[in-house]
Design a protein around this ligand. Structure first.
Ligand SMILES: CC(C)(COP(=O)(O)OP(=O)(O)OC[C@H]1O[C@@H](n2cnc3c(N)ncnc32)[C@H](O)[C@@H]1OP(=O)(O)O)[C@@H](O)C(=O)NCCC(=O)NCCS
Length: 201
């Protein structure tokens, strides 16, 4: 995704981590013009992701990021676009309080880290960028993919999780909105207590 300003000027690293402060570097902490550009990038990414997932409205925007305790991993390709850089995609995660249903049908309360939004620009999909972003997030959060919850996973995301991490949906869902996953082998021999979400709190 190209923008009418220099992406390398705002995002110095290949993957930047944004939170409610909308700050990507020391410079952008003090310059409102750079913060405006960061907001424009986040808004555009949110719109593109919603369109790709056929959602009625974006679930990611600068104003939402500013008001929630989420973290957004943003990837750029610094060399493209005649050295001005382009934005490859993003991954947004955050903790969510949820009621879970375990394999025995018992409700439990939990607050897992959830994958809330994930998008790679159309023309760059299936080139390994999604995996790079996802692995970066896993390392940064120090978490395994089967311990995350996935909010409204698209078929593409489910294919992605199956391919790269051998994950499949855990027990059948009562409500389809969020799912937890298990490694393929565990699902064939279900002895763990992985849960499915029944209700947001
Ligand atoms: C899901 C997504 C972020 C993955 O990023 P990516 O850069 O394409 O992922 P990678 O290149 O690292 O991995 C590719 C794998 O992802 C899955 N995948 C990616 N695009 C796919 C597509 N169009 N159809 C089916 N599976 C797809 C496949 O398993 C693919 O492996 P394959 O090419 O061997 O079949 C990206 O496809 C995307 O932005 N999709 C649209 C938005 C979306 O559905 N987001 C998930 C929100 S719940």
């Amino acid at each position: 995704m190209e923008f009418p300003f220099d992406i390398n000027h705002i995002f110095s690293d290949r993957i930047s981590i944004l939170d409610h402060t909308l700050v990507a570097s020391r410079q952008s902490a003090v310059r409102t013009d750079l913060q405006d550009q960061i907001a424009a990038v986040v808004d555009e990414l949110g719109r593109a992701s919603a369109k790709a997932q056929q959602l009625p409205a974006p679930i990611t925007s600068a104003s939402k990021l500013q008001s929630q305790k989420h973290q957004l991993y943003l990837m750029k390709d610094g060399e493209s676009n005649r050295g001005r850089g382009l934005v490859v995609g993003f991954l947004k995660v955050g903790y969510k309080k949820l009621f879970l249903l375990d394999r025995n049908g018992v409700h439990v309360e939990a607050e897992p880290l959830c994958v809330l939004d994930f998008y790679v620009a159309e023309t760059l999909q299936r080139h390994g960028y999604g995996l790079e972003l996802f692995n970066y997030m896993l390392q940064h959060q120090n978490v395994e993919p089967e311990l995350l919850a996935y909010d409204r996973p698209s078929n593409k995301l489910l294919a992605f999780l199956a391919k790269h991490y051998g994950l499949v949906r855990s027990v059948p869902q009562v409500r389809f909105q969020i799912c937890l996953c298990v490694r393929r082998m565990e699902n064939r021999f279900p002895s763990g207590s992985r849960c499915c979400i029944v209700q947001d709190m």
